[in-house]
Design a protein around this ligand. Sequence first.
Ligand SMILES: NC(=O)c1ccc[n+]([C@@H]2O[C@H](COP(=O)([O-])OP(=O)(O)OC[C@H]3O[C@@H](n4cnc5c(N)ncnc54)[C@H](OP(=O)(O)O)[C@@H]3O)[C@@H](O)[C@H]2O)c1
Length: 303
Amino acid sequence: MKKILITGSNGLLGQKIIYNLLDRGNFEIIATAKGENRLKEKNGYEFVSLDITNCVAVASVFEAHKPDVVINTAAMTNVDQCESEKEACWELNVNAVKYLAQATEKHNSHLVHLSTDFVFDGENGPYSEGDEPNPLHYYAESKLASERVLQDYDIKWSIVRTIIIYGIVDDMSRSNLVLWAKNSIENKQTINVVNDQYRSPTLAEDLAEGCILIAEKEEEGVFHLSGPETHCILDLVYMVADYYDLDKSYIKPITSASLNQAAKRPPKTGFVIDKSRKILGYNPVSFMEGIKILENQIKEKSK
Ligand SMILES: NC(=O)c1ccc[n+]([C@@H]2O[C@H](COP(=O)([O-])OP(=O)(O)OC[C@H]3O[C@@H](n4cnc5c(N)ncnc54)[C@H](OP(=O)(O)O)[C@@H]3O)[C@@H](O)[C@H]2O)c1
């Protein structure tokens, strides 16, 4: 059986990948995360604590496990934190990818690496894999640099770009667009929502499935894996409110300019996912279907 190693297995995508792999049962799984294992399920895989910014630790975990495939989900993902903690951002989002690429080269593995729609400037979305990146902020620059790292090594590599991941994890430690909108309005908090940014939100399960299809099929190159629809963020929040029958008067439309964010967000991204559909058989759910799936998971968890 082939061995697959996941970095950042405590994260939103990391957890979904582990659970998907456990269901499939066709890989020997090594889950790695910084610190303790926070997945509820502890059986069916091996857990190894791994800080990917420690190049000695990365080399020794690869030496011990010799993975056939590695999916790197670990990253500093908070855009504003990346702007204020540039060194730490570069260390995790770029240098650590070099450590993984070096180890991948040594052990002849296949490195599947996660990137973002933010590599684009948002002037001409939705984007295909061949479109020209033009990052607008430090997080985006670091992710584009990480993509270029892979091409400097003699390895099998795949880049997975994705957009606004939504879903729930075992410890519910992280929020995302759907949970934020739902929880805020349910708690009668007014939320400011931008009316001039367009995105294709991605159900975490769909993204996990796409990453695993790449690993199974050993497909190399760049893949866009997002949800199938592109909407304005304000409309996405209205759709969440509609689904849960929430009071929309708590939603306050604003423009991006009024937010005065240090890191300027691209106005319109969104992906063309034809290549992923064709080559991988990737078939993501609509946003409304995704919200429904999430709702069932929340109900399950609260039992
Ligand atoms: N979330 C989105 O909307 C979005 C959009 C576009 C692209 N992406 C990309 O998709 C990927 C997965 O995103 P996600 O939302 O699943 O991220 P996430 O939930 O923030 O997970 C990232 C994980 O990385 C771990 N990590 C942090 N520093 C580490 C280190 N030094 N060594 C090992 N692990 C470390 C974190 O550990 P702790 O949990 O202990 O902090 C966290 O579990 C990332 O590459 C991200 O850039 C995400």
